[in-house]
Ligand binder design. Structure first.
Ligand SMILES: O=C(O)CCc1c2[nH]c(c1CC(=O)O)Cc1[nH]c(c(CC(=O)O)c1CCC(=O)O)Cc1[nH]c(c(CC(=O)O)c1CCC(=O)O)Cc1[nH]c(c(CCC(=O)O)c1CC(=O)O)C2
Length: 343
């Protein structure tokens, strides 16, 4: 067994490292041939319910790409059935919820999660990976209340979140009760992942960029403060990530997080000009990986150079790996990042 490589944990904590560590959102699923063959037989939930199989899928990209962290193979929807939300992941569509939340009554029906009895397979997978199989840290994760609520209210992926925002603006009791229930679920669910062995946590608020700063401060920021303040007790690096949320970066810099994950809309240099002090993660647009290698190399060098100007930077894409990106490309990119970023 090769020596455990904790470089990425040092970068998450804002320390300077010998090279720029890298992992990719959605690295575990997607385009590996071995994974595609598995997906012919099993759904995402069926894989996650089998710890040995789920650990194998989680390890695939680590062994194939030599990335500096593993991310647990599951979805941000995974804990929702435990609180009474009937969600299905439709291939090529995404999460689908047949009975969306429409009122306070629906919110009050939601229960709470007991990870050891509701999602024992998630915790067993984490134990398997961190006690026996990985020589890089394992990243656990949860969706954030706004992003989870957007699926629960819209009934699936959305472009404009009109129903979500309408409920948020018009029914404050329903909204804040839902936020509190989802915050309680997130804290309990993340605590169990850390106790099982996850060494860093990412909170995905993918769609909160749909809100302006004022509404973020009113309807979201207090609950995010509560979540991250509670998670600090578990003493693992905490990452917040969202898409199209650059206008919220100074709000995120106020939160008790260690790392801010950027998409491609704001450069690392621009974030630093806004006095963002947290470690930064990102932020290559996945679309680059479909273009000529010379273009990828040039953009990657720019991101690494900007990241090196301040401690510290973790390389990632600006959003999850897309299905058409080839494993060969990700392997080549990872090797290039490790080589080019050496101090
Ligand atoms: O099609 C299938 O059968 C399953 C597809 C699949 C899903 N989650 C998945 C997988 C495994 C895989 O990538 O193959 C599995 C999945 N989803 C996620 C992770 C964690 C990570 O990103 O590393 C992971 C596991 C880790 C990994 O695959 O590397 C997290 C996730 N699910 C979701 C989101 C919201 C978002 O997209 O930003 C996000 C966060 C941002 C991200 O994409 O990285 C919600 C979700 N889950 C899913 C989708 C369907 C669209 C799509 O496939 O991109 C979508 C997106 C949407 O349309 O709203 C289904």
């Amino acid at each position: 067994m090769t020596k455990f490589n904790d470089t990425i944990l040092k970068a998450f904590r804002g320390e300077e490292t010998d090279y720029t560590p890298v992992w990719y959102m959605r690295q575990a699923g997607r385009s590996q041939k071995e994974y595609r063959e598995l997906k012919e037989k099993y759904s995402l939930f069926e894989i996650t319910h089998q710890p040995e199989l789920c650990a194998y899928v989680t390890r695939l990209p680590v062994e194939m790409y030599d990335v500096d962290a593993a991310v647990l193979y599951k979805d941000i929807m995974s804990p929702l059935p435990a609180i009474g939300v009937d969600v299905e992941i439709k291939s090529g569509v995404g999460p689908v919820i047949d009975k969306p939340i429409t009122s306070l009554r629906d919110v009050e029906k939601l229960g709470s999660i007991d990870p050891e009895s509701d999602v024992p397979y998630v915790l067993d997978t984490i134990r398997l990976l961190t006690q026996e199989q990985l020589n890089v840290p394992l990243i656990g994760f949860s969706g954030a209340p706004f992003t989870l609520a957007s699926y629960m209210i819209e009934g699936g992926p959305s472009k404009n979140y009109h129903k979500t925002k309408a409920l948020m603006y018009s029914d404050h009791k329903a909204w804040f009760t839902l936020m509190d229930k989802l915050a309680d679920m997130t804290i309990t669910y993340v605590e169990a992942q850390v106790k099982a062995g996850a060494q860093a946590i990412q909170i995905f608020d993918s769609w909160v960029g749909a809100l302006n700063v004022a509404d973020y401060r009113t309807f979201i920021k207090p609950v995010m403060n509560r979540i991250f303040s509670a998670l600090r007790d578990y003493n693992v690096p905490l990452i917040i990530f969202g898409v199209g949320a650059s206008h919220l970066i100074n709000e995120w810099n106020d939160l008790p997080v260690d790392v801010i994950g950027l998409d491609w809309r704001m450069s690392i240099a621009e974030a630093r000009q806004l006095d963002v002090t947290k470690a930064l993660q990102g932020n290559l647009d996945p679309a680059f990986l479909m273009s000529d290698w010379e273009v990828v190399e040039e953009k990657t060098k720019q991101i690494i150079d900007e990241g090196k100007a301040h401690p510290s930077h973790i390389f990632n894409l600006g959003h999850g790996v897309t299905p058409e990106i080839s494993p060969e490309r990700l392997k080549k990119l990872t090797a290039f990042i490790h080589e080019y970023s050496k101090r």
